[in-house]
Design a binder for this molecule. Structure first.
Ligand SMILES: [Zn+2]
Length: 486
């Protein structure tokens, strides 16, 4: 959780979609109805960009940034639309993802940068994303958490009523996800092969990266990367892209680079996985070292930390809690915003203090409007705490259906009343895990080399995926591999 509040990211797409006209597609050369003028595309990108930055943050790495700028510009020049004002960014998310916004904005997560094993893999994905822009794929919107989080506590069955409020919260936060049709994805893969080959890279490596994506998605308990979930099956893509790359190289003989070592040296030290400064759970407490607060996570509950909020839910899915930064500068303003945004009918509203911090506690009910075709309106009960702390107002909601509310109120209260400042230096100074590039000291298997570098047994499978290899694959003396360290 980065706790920077923002609204309606990418909502501009809906408005921009109203304009239609007929023009030639720059990639296919076919006439088509387009939904956006070039000016509107550029305006849309410019409008969305600050929200993306506010939500995810930019990952600060000057060397890596200048590398993606250089390759991005080179590819823009050979693309079907060299006239767009392209910009390239690395966003501060551990999720393995890349995405593009019309108008020339291309984003890579630090998670995907850590998973590439050479420049050619990067170039293939870069070509795919630029392809969405140049082929003017009209983006669809999905209500979902942004970039890869599968909404609510992946895999959990939350009761309908409880799910309702969580979805509204996400809409209020404006976390909309762009996705493209399968046809557009296939077309972008093809463009990715062409563009990456044109700037001198071996597009077969792009095919191999789909192997990495497949392994990531198969790894149990992981959040499914969006790059994966909304895209065609990576196994199919791997084969198709490999064929296209082979064909391209046969038609255009030349030298196609991979640049493995050069890439690995560029990502030395990149943060891997969650960054503790964005919040983490340990010993049933959620800690946010940067904002210096903590609160308990009910024992046995599942949780999910995302850039905009922290969610928790009981295993039976009958109750859940949401924690976020509140809208509004004062407690009163924040309370009014909550009541309005969720159409709450407040039955209790008390001023209080929580561990010395000014707070408001509310109990309310939300009656959902009966949808056409649905028999009855459903309702949920909500316990809300607004807490003023460190110059911010935070909101904690406990949500349950009326039948389960009384039984959960004690749990909700314990969480809210457990909100307090963090002083433990061990928590405040927690360091993230980083990719460390090491030179293999002797011929052997990847596993041998990882063990030689004191990598823990329970991380072996993950390290194999990060290295884009199998544990029994051969490595030779002098080769570079990725390890994890602080
Ligand atoms: Zn795509």
């Amino acid at each position: 959780m980065k706790m920077k509040f923002q609204f309606h990211i990418l909502l501009g797409l809906a408005a921009a979609g109203l304009f239609t006209g007929c023009s030639k597609n720059p990639v296919t050369g076919k006439k088509e109805i387009i939904f956006m003028s070039k000016e509107k595309e550029i305006a849309l990108g410019a409008e969305s960009h600050p929200s993306i930055v506010a939500t995810m943050g930019i990952y600060d790495d000057k060397n890596l940034q200048s590398f993606i700028n250089e390759k991005g510009k080179a590819m823009a020049n050979i693309s079907h639309r060299p006239d767009l004002p392209y910009q390239f960014f690395i966003v501060d998310s551990p999720v393995v993802n890349a995405f593009a916004v019309p108008g020339g904005y291309v984003y890579f997560t630090r998670g995907i940068m850590a998973h590439f094993n050479n420049e050619a893999e990067f170039a293939g994905v870069l070509g795919h994303e630029i392809g969405h822009i140049t082929a003017r794929h009209s983006a669809r919107q999905q209500t979902s958490q942004i970039f890869g989080q599968v909404g609510l506590l992946a895999g959990m069955v939350l009761s309908e009523t409880v799910r309702g409020l969580a979805e509204q919260t996400q809409q209020a936060l404006g976390l909309l996800l762009l996705s493209y049709s399968r046809e557009h994805e296939t077309e972008s893969d093809k463009i990715g092969v062409e563009y990456s080959s044109k700037i001198g890279y071996d597009a077969k490596e792009m095919a191999d990266f789909f192997g990495t994506l497949k392994k990531i998605s198969e790894k149990a308990g992981q959040t499914i990367p969006t790059f994966q979930s909304t895209h065609p099956d990576p196994g199919d893509r791997r084969n198709k892209v490999d064929k296209l790359a082979t064909q391209y190289q046969a038609e255009h003989p030349g030298k196609y680079n991979v640049n493995r070592d050069a890439y690995l040296r560029k990502i030395e030290g990149i943060i891997y996985g969650t960054d503790p400064k964005q919040g983490f759970v340990e010993n049933n407490q959620f800690y946010h070292p940067e904002l210096r607060f903590q609160f308990p996570v009910p024992s046995g509950w599942q949780y999910e930390n995302s850039p905009a909020q922290f969610q928790m839910a009981s295993k039976d899915g009958k109750s859940m809690m949401l924690f976020a930064m509140a809208e509004g500068k004062s407690l009163e303003e924040a309370a009014q915003a909550v009541v309005k945004n969720y159409s709450l009918q407040v039955s209790e509203n008390n001023k209080t203090t929580i561990n010395g911090n000014p707070a408001i506690a509310m109990i309310s009910q939300q009656v959902a409007q009966a949808q056409s075709g649905q028999a009855a309106a459903s309702s949920i009960q909500v316990a809300t705490w607004l807490i003023q702390y460190g110059g911010n107002v935070y909101v904690i909601h406990g949500v349950a259906a009326p039948a389960n509310f009384a039984g959960n109120l004690g749990t909700f209260r314990n969480v809210a009343q457990g909100f307090k400042s963090v002083t433990d230096q061990n928590i405040l100074n927690r360091q993230p895990e980083r990719i460390r590039i090491k030179t293999v000291q002797r011929d052997g298997s990847l596993k041998d080399a990882l063990k030689d570098n004191n990598q823990p047994d329970n991380k072996m499978d993950e390290l194999a995926i990060i290295n884009g290899m199998g544990l029994s694959d051969k490595v030779t003396k002098g080769m570079l591999i990725k390890t994890l360290g602080r």
